[in-house]
Design a protein around this ligand. Sequence first.
Ligand code: MG
Length: 253
Amino acid sequence: MKLKQLLLAAFLFASGGWVQAQHTQVIAHRGYWDVAGSAQNSVAALVKADSIGCYGSEFDVWLTRDGQLVVNHDDTYQGVTFQEASAEECTSLRLANGEFVPTLRQYLAKALELKTRLILELKPHKTAAQETRAVEGIVRMIREMNLESRVEYITFSLHAAKEFVRLSPEGTPVYYLNGDLPPRELKDLGCAGPDYHFSVFKAHPEWIKECHDLGMKVNAWTVNDAEDMRWLVEQGADYITTNAPVLLQSVLK
Ligand code: MG
């Protein structure tokens, strides 16, 4: 009996160690778009990221001139600059898969049918006031749609990061993207951690452990090469954001 217990304990210890080493989660960058019928930041890309079991699906958000929130990556898309255009102008544009540019509300409405986490990036806007209005609108919509437990906010804008921390419920993960702040400063700002370009972690591999010691998580973007993925997994990165989620899933196996 004692031997059995010992063997079981050894097995649990070993498997626990293995699980810990493989804990990195997959985030599809702009959804799972590199596949037939999909397109970056399309509703289809969100659905497809969910269908392959991604931990999260990332997408980009703009505030239009008339105060609506729309989903797209580019500052200017097909000649329309989102910050300066009306929502009607923005949502009349078509994505590569034929979908119209979605509003954030349409995007989130589809998310209600899915399980994947929502990695919502607010793009940097021309003024701090616009960013504050955008954050207010996003946080309100997420609350109204009961998605508070599924959202994580990311942004290159330090102002927007502070506003997400200030305006979203305590404990909502907010990650900063710009790569220029060390872990301690992010902790002091109330961020959940860095979400930095992977080259930043290659230059500062010690930041990964520092983050973990501070109780923060580490996300790296945009990692599309298997060797870079393996390096980050070995370093203990919590999340990897990638254009190649299926490749990352196979690396993790
Ligand atoms: Mg993005």
